[in-house]
Write a protein that binds this ligand. Structure first.
Ligand code: GDP
Length: 592
């Protein structure tokens, strides 16, 4: 067992701020993180960067070393910076800790060549919703035509090395992007010109390939958080901890990956809401890749902020995205419990009261929330009948299959950023439950929408046979071509639409049925249908012997109107499948 290595505490006893990276796909989030991590001091030297569970820890000394050139006489009060490792992952960026964002600050990465993209705006909205501070990394400056590389240089210094052309190019793009942000209701400004930080968001031009602007970004993150978030960052004895992931690890059973936001956590602590005792507090060995299977360092205690793996009994019931509290850590306990409940409530409230809707499954509570928020705000309303967190299992498929009886098209699972077990997939296939999988919300939504649209089309085609369109026909005197079996008449279409297949009755004669229209002729040409105002010839064939008896001149005559025989069911079919609007002036019989 190794000793706990809590980050060094500075005078004011602040914890490390927690930062996440967001932005559109391909903006350079991963690369930026890799670059910051990659150019690190060798292990063993002062201030080495440590890999954590789901995060990377940058000690203050490392940041000081790398920002020397900025001569900011950086008095760093925070022990370091904890950067969440899963860039742009909606399920992580929407995570919360005790009602507020898990992240104290975010980096919103924007590609200088591309400007704002849909996901940038989505991220921006998430940040606004959560009231999270952020800094904009205007990335890929090295792609400006003619850019001269100044490895790891502060941005002002790098900019001075550039030709007038490059500087002009930069300024043009910057202005465009500032305008785009303004259109989203956000004021932005180059960070070193920004005199109203807090009101106006700062832009740091960066390159994740050659490192220009990276020192600026690091320094700004640390300085801004320690200056404006003293209260939030003050070290507390109350444990504040958020579950990132629940997963099975060889030799440890089900473990949880957590971010310890504040406080100290010990081996042997009683934790909740699943009441259990911490068996082991684990972090990766220094400099080992997180994903590499291997042994972990054991700790007796760990001080915030850090990413930790916790092993204990019963953790399979933990829910990613919810808070964790330490039992016996005192009075505040009820509050934490309540906060955890509050988080769940906001999600549960989104479930449709009618009980009809799709099943939504996501990796974390935060991801689920983001997903439900999206479904609610989209113009296609998709009701939700059930929710789940974690991989899709057989039981989830069973729950979704209830819809097969109620509303078949909703017998579907929207699986956001989660795995589907083999058995679940097999069961779904067998029962006819559709599973849609994606790790970007709107891809999932698009898939489902396409499926629904397709179903609608199919239903419409099926219903076409059964749909009876309203029509009112007036017999043209002297155009009686055949009085009986089949009846062939010249008619004016007074209202609605006359279609082949439409059953015809006579309202004035007790709604007697005389058969279906089997063919229509317009100016001697066969047609499928005829609209209001047209004069046509129709052939009406009785579908049974009774109808076949019906005869012009005996059962009805040219005083009578012929109308479609509409049933309650055919009206319903019309209503659900077609957008029909008819003047009902000629159809008071419909209301009779
Ligand atoms: P993410 O989807 O936001 O994580 O984007 P990545 O980090 O995967 O980057 C997308 C692509 O852009 C990759 O091919 C990167 O090599 C490239 N890229 C990222 N940052 C920069 C940069 O600053 N300059 C240049 N020239 N390319 C970059």
């Amino acid at each position: 067992t190794a000793d706990a290595t809590p980050p060094k505490q500075a005078d004011e006893n602040l914890r490390s701020p927690i930062c996440c990276i967001m932005g559109h796909v391909d903006a350079g989030k991963t690369k930026l993180l890799d670059f910051v991590r990659g150019t690190n001091v060798q292990e063993g030297e002062a201030g080495f960067i440590t890999q954590q569970i789901g995060a990377t820890y940058f000690p203050a000394e490392n940041i000081r070393e790398r920002t020397k050139e900025l001569k900011a006489d950086a008095k760093l009060k925070v022990p370091g910076l904890l950067v969440i490792d899963t860039p742009g992952h909606e399920s992580f960026t929407n995570l919360r800790s005790r009602g507020s964002g898990l992240c104290d600050i975010a980096i919103l990465v924007v590609d200088i060549m591309e400007g704002l993209k849909p996901q940038t705006i989505e991220s921006l909205n998430l940040l606004k919703m959560r009231n999270t501070e952020f800094i904009i990394a205007l990335n890929k400056v090295d792609r400006l035509y003619g850019w001269k590389t100044c490895r790891n240089a502060p941005i002002v210094k790098a900019m001075k090395q550039q030709s007038k052309d490059v500087q002009n190019l930069f300024n043009t793009r910057l202005t465009q992007i500032v305008t785009q942000f303004m259109e989203q209701g956000v004021n932005t400004e180059l960070y070193y010109k920004n005199r109203e930080m807090g009101e106006t968001f700062s832009i740091v031009p960066t390159s994740a390939i050659s490192g220009e602007g990276i020192p600026d970004l690091l320094l700004l993150l640390v300085q801004w958080t320690q200056k404006t978030m003293v209260e939030k960052l003050t070290f507390s004895n109350v444990v504040q901890c958020t579950v990132l992931e629940v997963k099975v690890i060889e030799g440890h059973g089900t473990t949880i990956d957590v971010v310890l936001v504040n406080g100290v956590i010990h081996e042997g602590d009683q934790i909740g809401p699943i009441v259990t005792t911490i068996r082991a507090l684990l972090t990766p060995h220094p400099m080992k890749e997180l994903r590499v299977k291997g042994t972990y360092l054991h700790h007796r205690e760990i001080k915030a902020a850090q990413g930790i793996k916790i092993a204990a009994q019963g953790l399979e019931h933990a829910i990613a995205g919810t808070g964790l509290y330490v039992v016996g850590s005192d009075d505040d306990l009820e509050d934490v419990k309540e906060a955890t409940m509050e988080d769940m409530k906001s999600v549960l409230n989104r479930i449709d009261k009618s009980g009809e809707g799709v099943y939504v499954q996501a990796s974390t509570l935060g991801a689920l929330e983001a997903m439900l928020e999206f479904l609610k705000s989209s113009d296609v309303k998709i009701p939700i009948s059930g929710i789940g967190i974690g991989p899709v299992h057989k039981k989830d498929v069973m729950k979704a299959s209830v819809m097969l009886e109620k509303k078949k098209e909703y017998a579907a699972i929207l699986a956001f950023d989660v795995k589907v077990t083999q058995e679940a997939r097999e069961l779904a296939d067998e029962l006819g439950v559709k599973i849609f999988i994606a790790d970007i919300i709107y891809h999932l939504f698009d898939q489902f929408k396409a499926y629904i649209d397709n179903l609608k089309e199919e239903k419409k085609r099926e219903a076409a046979d059964e749909a009876v369109f309203p029509c009112v026909l007036r017999i043209v005197p002297n155009c009686i071509f055949n009085t009986k079996d089949p009846i062939i008449l010249g008619v004016d279409v007074l209202d609605g639409i006359a279609k082949v297949g439409t059953p015809i009755c006579i309202p004035q004669r007790d709604f007697i049925d005389i058969g279906r229209i089997t063919s229509i002729e317009n100016s001697l040409k066969p047609v499928d249908s005829a609209k209001k105002g047209m004069q046509i010839a129709v052939k009406i064939v009785g579908s049974n012997s009774e109808e076949q008896q019906k005869m012009f001149g005996r059962h009805f005559d040219d005083e009578d109107e012929l109308v479609s025989h509409i049933s309650r069911r055919s009206i319903d079919i019309l209503k659900t499948n077609y957008r029909v609007s008819f003047e009902l002036s000629h159809m008071n019989w419909l209301l009779a």
